[in-house]
Design a protein around this ligand. Structure first.
Ligand code: ADP
Length: 294
């Protein structure tokens, strides 16, 4: 049996009275690039920290690389790379010194990869860490997390501090490097367009739970917007359609989105309701907004 990379079962995490993760289940699939998507404050950082054993949930269990997350062995830690949202590194060290210092902690360290990335990402190895911009510090944090070639890489809002035009390109390069080998990557973001081209799986966190977890392509097949016109008047059962998310009706026409779309649905509605039906694909941003109507 292959061990799971990250496994959260019935995880509840509260801060004082505030429930952030609510009896949440999540399994990270090996070999995927999974985007953890949720609004600001949805609990993405909390979920990642519980998964990594940096926070202890009040109830439930978090397992990482087959071990209890809060009791990770040194061997498991060697297989893991984590880049927090705010990377904090010794400010007085020069970039080249911190690379050497970090490398010394690991039995395996790919100095060639580190040097290549520092060059490609235009980080000056003679500059002091304390004088780097936030975006450069985040890039450095990512390089350092890749140096020991971890099989699991967890990134919390990895491009949050980067210039919008560079975000997607940078993410693409990052994931090319990260996926060179049989790696699993979990990255959180509140920006759907970041995931559109780089993730193959998407998990949506909302109200303390994972409300969607599947392939990005399946999500796009599942959530659609439909427009219907029924000249004799809209049927009363419209709002009870299974999976309906958001419906705006106006006399004889309606626009609604639904999840769990089946290709035969338009034909069935056309037949049962004597309706003209058209179906629209949605991009990830639109799907994310529609899922928040539930
Ligand atoms: P996200 O990463 O999705 O933006 P977070 O996990 O950072 O969300 O935060 C989720 C919620 O938990 C927020 O309301 C935040 O204020 C709260 N929270 C996070 N960490 C703490 C903490 N250490 N103490 C109290 N509240 C916290």
């Amino acid at each position: 049996m292959t061990e799971s990379v990250i496994e959260l079962r019935n995880v509840t995490k509260r801060f004082k009275q505030k429930v952030v993760l609510d009896n949440l289940d999540f399994t990270l699939r090996r070999g995927t690039v999974t985007g953890l998507l949720g609004k600001n404050g949805a609990g993405k950082t909390t979920l990642l920290k519980c998964a990594l054993g940096l926070l202890t949930p009040q109830t439930g269990e978090a397992r990482l690389l087959g071990e209890p997350a809060t009791k990770l062995s040194a061997a498991a830690k060697n297989r893991l790379g984590f880049v927090p949202q705010e990377v904090s590194l010794y400010p007085w060290m020069k970039v080249r010194q911190i690379a050497a210092y970090t490398g010394a902690f690991y039995a395996r360290w790919n100095q060639g990869l580190v040097e290549r990335l520092l060059k490609e990402w235009e980080l000056n190895t003679d500059e002091r860490v304390g004088t780097l911009s936030t975006g450069q510090t985040q890039k450095l944090g990512i390089v350092l997390a890749l140096g020991h070639e971890p099989e699991l890489l967890v990134l919390d809002e990895p491009v949050a501090s980067l210039d919008p035009s560079a975000r997607r390109q940078f993410l693409g390069t990052l994931l090319d490097v990260a996926m060179d080998g049989n790696r699993t990557v979990l990255l959180s973001t509140h920006i759907t367009s970041d995931l559109e081209r780089v993730a193959d799986q998407v998990a949506v966190l909302k109200d303390g739970k994972i409300v969607y977890d599947d392939e990005l392509s399946s999500l796009k097949e599942s959530v659609k917007r439909l427009r219907i016109v029924v000249p004799t008047g809209l049927p009363s059962g419209l709002r009870d359609l299974p999976g309906i998310l958001n419906c705006q009706a106006n006399g004889t026409s309606a626009v609604f989105s639904l999840r769990g779309f089946l290709p035969e649905l338009p034909e069935r509605l056309a037949r049962d309701w004597q309706a003209q039906v058209s179906v629209e694909d949605l991009n990830l941003e639109e799907i994310f907004l529609e899922l928040h109507h539930e």
